[in-house]
Design a protein around this ligand. Structure first.
Ligand code: ADP
Ligand code: MG
Ligand code: MG
Length: 883
């Protein structure tokens, strides 16, 4: 088989499209060659060889060596040299290159082929002895470090020692003789540490370096990186071997890196740095201060070191022309690496440049204006998840960070405020117009109001799917969770991190994007939703088919959702409304009374509150669809826990505290998520569903009068498994609707539908669609019930599953398309088979996850619904799915 692809002299066996086979670096080197750009000739050993090598127990196939030899001759023909021949010395670099650029892979080895003999040839050929020995000592250092695993500090130590002895500051002050002496010490150190002399045979050096690249594919750093970024092991890495060009051949030589546009702002100005008389990664290594490439950048930076434009105007002009050509060719901002050898420019790498979210929007938008991209292409260029960076205030990158602790980056954005330890205190201070950070060991549903009042949330326990994390993401509030280095003492009202102690009222900043906790207030940047952002979103909206709704229950969330472009509410979780203020008392009263009359009395108190909530939501959404879900969670979530709370409720209802405690105990469930919840509540307590239906209809009538738009509430019955359950609850809703119609004297249009969140519901979707006018796939519960995995308990072992490679992604974050997705497909198909007009949507965390959104497009859902702050992400992802 063909393991080796050559490039050089205006031709190449590969192309940019061969990235899977040649790796990113190799494919782009081939492409640049084919474009006729000056690229030192070389060859790429394929990623397939890497896989073969591991499949065969770390052995090369027999036909590899002849192909490598032939490719070396190919380089020799172009350069007029021969590898290992001191008369016509050919030196090469060995560079790794996976499909996706990957830290953890082997670093590049330069100047390979040098030894005690060939270094003299290099000195002779170049007429520069100093350069030759400088190159040799670099090679010894790199080869020892990268291939043999002998830390480069060994050599830096020797170098520092020599410089001190000679009274020098800079490496450039060392003469050829100084380097020669140093090389003797380097080789001695090598032999001392590794028990054998430094390899002199160029072939041995070459195969050592190639082997090291393949070995690095399986080093722990690379494995960890792949796991974190979902890169399959089967991709393998390629190896590039390329003729050396030298940026360290004196004052007319240089090496540098550049971006064709500014990677942090996106501005269309070439941005880059170089060093004269330097090699490889000297520029990024920070040994000397690099110089600007353009004169304009030099002036802007106030640097007194001359620009490339000034010192090497011809090479500069060539470089600018090539940079433009490459950007036009790839139609994307490029990240370039180049070397100038005695005035002649050589290109060593090009790739799409990494950039901030802000830059990515600007570049895409401007490239449409420049005619380089279509609007659809621009939309596809933006990583939807990266928008998160733009939708929240963030810490000014220039700001000083005094990090006092770390946790998980549970919800993005940054916030500053005074520390409070209870939700009550959070509300109190918020009412006084103060900004607070709610600090808890962990949060529970009772903390919702405190979380609302706070600017951000910090917990010392819990993972990425803990209550605090999920709710904070839903609210769009920054959250750092599981910050285990802190200790919270509620009694003393202190937050302790090592030797530092914070009290209530002390100001801290949390960075939910980085998972950091900082001391004091820190300068922030506010989100910018106009300009490039708005333009890209406009193009996205044109391109997408699915609607995007928001999960929202409070007026604030509903307004945020609309400002982010939500086209309705896909999920209003009514229970959240019951935790606010005084309502929890009436709610508890309702739950804890064991008679229908008792419950009705409490419900009468709740009715006007719910009605006004819904009215406000309808008004804000002004005729856009609003889906309201009836009470869903197990009742125990509302129960009082402390004696004081029980006493309070007891006196409010006028019953004995002991009796009340008994009733609370009787509501205890072993497995509440599979217990008395969802439509089961409406069936045992029909008066609750009645009250909610009444609140919804009365609110619809009122809001329709006020706004003048038609309001068509969508009432959603949760946790249906049997069509009989739905019919039972629907009968209640229909009856209440009739009553309200009679009372109000007008007509009310409404839909009744259900969540599909139990496997049985998906399987019997045809029956259920006989009664339901819409389905909303509740994929949180559906994932839970399909896997039989409790979301609240899964974080620990799912992580093990990921580490062991049993699953690639957390199914609660990205929809399991094979299993849970199969149920969704069945539900869609069976549902539509009996009702053409069935409206189909998804709510829950997956509705804001780009990969899951692509799946929704694929199965033909009408809309996705997600938390307000994810609405722009969903709009973009839905557009990309449709393009
Ligand atoms: P990375 O993937 O870390 O960027 P590279 O393989 O691009 O590693 O190598 C790093 C640097 O080494 C390049 O930017 C370039 O300066 C230098 N380099 C690599 N190959 C050559 C070569 N054939 N001639 C001159 N310099 C080279
Ligand atoms: Mg590197
Ligand atoms: Mg590079």
């Amino acid at each position: 088989s063909k393991w080796v692809y050559t490039f050089g002299d205006g031709a190449a066996e590969g192309r940019a499209g061969d990235r899977n086979l040649l790796g990113g670096k190799g494919a782009n080197l081939a492409e640049m060659c084919a474009l006729g750009l000056p690229v030192p000739p070389g060859f790429t050993v394929t990623t397939e060889l890497c896989n073969r090598y591991y499949a065969d127990g770390r052995q090369y196939p027999d036909d590899l060596k002849p192909q490598v030899d032939a490719a070396l001759e190919h380089i020799g023909r172009i350069t007029g040299r021969r590898f290992g021949d001191p008369e016509k010395l050919l030196l090469v670099s060995v560079r790794s290159g996976a499909r996706a650029s990957m830290p953890g892979m082997m670093d590049t080895v330069l100047n390979l082929g040098l030894n005690d003999q060939t270094v003299e040839a290099l000195a002779r050929d170049s007429g520069d002895e100093r350069f030759a020995y400088d190159s040799y000592r670099r090679f010894i250092t790199m080869y020892s470090d990268v291939v043999m695993g002998l830390d480069h500090e060994n050599f830096e130590e020797i170098l520092e020692d020599e410089k001190e002895r000679l009274g020098f500051e800079l490496d450039t002050e060392l003469s050829a003789d100084d380097w020669k002496k140093l090389i003797v010490r380097y080789k001695a150190r090598f032999e001392e540490e590794l028990g054998k002399p430094f390899p002199q045979d160029p072939q041995e050096q070459l195969w050592g370096a190639i082997g090291a690249v393949f070995a690095s594919w399986m080093n722990p750093r690379a494995i960890t990186y792949r796991r974190l970024h979902d890169i399959p092991e089967s991709w393998g890495t390629a190896v590039n071997v390329q003729a050396m060009v030298f940026g360290n051949m004196g004052e007319t030589s240089a090496t540098g890196v550049a971006f064709t546009r500014n990677p942090s702002t996106g501005e269309k100005t070439l941005y880059g740095e170089f060093l004269v008389n330097a090699q490889g990664e000297d520029v990024v290594a920070g040994i000397r201060t690099p110089q600007n490439i353009t004169e304009a950048a030099r002036i802007a930076a106030g640097s007194d070191k001359p620009s490339l434009e000034k010192v090497m105007p011809e090479a500069f002009a060539d470089f600018i022309a090539i940079a433009n050509k490459l950007e036009q060719h790839y139609r994307d901002m490029q990240d370039l690496e180049f070397t100038i050898e005695r005035g002649k420019l050589w290109m060593l790498q090009t790739r799409s440049g990494k950039r901030t979210a802000k830059a990515s929007l600007k570049i895409a938008a401007e490239m449409v204006e420049e005619g380089l991209l279509s609007a659809d292409e621009a939309v596809c260029r933006i990583d939807p998840a990266s928008l998160d960076q733009l939708l929240h205030p963030t810490i000014d990158p220039k700001a000083q960070r005094d990090v006092v602790g770390r946790g998980l980056p549970a919800s993005p954005g940054a916030a500053t405020g005074e520390i409070v330890f209870t939700s009550e205190r959070a509300e109190e201070l918020k009412d006084q117009g103060r900004k607070v950070i709610l600090v808890r060991i962990e949060t529970s549903p009772e903390d919702i109001h405190g979380m609302h009042a706070a600017e951000g949330i910090l917990t010392t326990r819990g993972g990425m799917t803990s209550h605090a994390a999920v709710v904070a993401r839903g609210m769009g509030k920054p959250c750092v969770s599981g910050a285990g280095t802190f200790r919270v003492d509620y009694a003393a009202k202190t937050l302790i991190a090592g030797s530092q102690s914070f009290r209530e009222g002390d100001v801290i900043t949390i960075d939910g994007t980085a998972g950091q906790v900082l001391k004091g207030a820190v300068p922030m940047l506010q989100p910018e939703l106009s300009g490039d952002f708005a333009r890209i979103m406009e193009w996205a909206d044109k391109a997408r088919r699915m609607n995007v709704r928001a999960n929202a229950e409070t007026p604030a969330d509903a307004r945020t959702a609309r400002s982010f472009g939500a086209e309705g509410i896909g999920l209003c979780r009514t229970e959240h409304m019951f935790f606010e203020g005084e309502r929890i008392i009436a709610m508890r009263q309702m739950i804890l009374s064991d008679t229908v009359e008792g419950r009705r009395k409490a419900l009468d108190k709740l009715l006007p509150m719910q009605r006004s909530d819904f009215e406000e939501l309808f008004e804000i959404m002004a005729g856009l669809p609003v889906t309201i879900r009836l009470l869903d969670p197990p009742l125990h979530e509302f129960l009082p826990h402390t004696e004081a709370e029980i006493a309070e409720v007891a006196s409010a209802i006028g019953v004995d505290a002991a009796k009340l405690r008994e009733r609370a105990d009787s509501l205890h469930e072993f497995n509440p998520m599979l217990g008395h919840r969802g439509c089961r509540l409406a069936i045992s307590y029909p008066e609750v569903a009645e009250m909610q239906a009444r609140a919804i209809f009365e609110a619809a009538v009122n809001a329709a009068k006020k706004t003048g738009s038609a309001i068509v509430p969508e009432i959603m019955v949760p946790l249906v498994g049997l069509v009989e359950e739905l019919d039972y609850v629907k009968a209640i809703i229909d009856r209440v609707a009739k009553e309200v119609i009679t009372e109000s004297g007008g007509s009310i249009d409404y839909l009744v539908g259900t969540m599909i969140e139990l496997p049985r519901a998906a399987l019997k979707a045809d029956q259920i669609a006989g009664s339901a006018e819409f389905f909303s796939f509740g994929t949180n519960d559906l994932t839970q019930t399909t896997f039989g995995i409790s979301r609240d308990d899964a974080a620990g072992f799912l992580e093990t599953y990921r580490k062991q490679g049993l699953i690639e992604q957390d199914p609660f974050v990205t929809l399991d398309q094979e299993g849970v997705g199969e149920l969704v497909r069945i539900g869609v198909q069976k549902g539509r088979s009996v009702r053409d007009s069935l409206k189909l949507g998804i709510c829950g965390e997956h509705g804001g996850d780009p990969a899951s959104i692509a799946f929704c497009e694929d199965v033909g859902l009408d809309y996705v619904s997600c938390s307000p702050f994810r609405v722009p992400i969903a709009r973009l992802a839905a557009a990309q799915a449709a393009i």
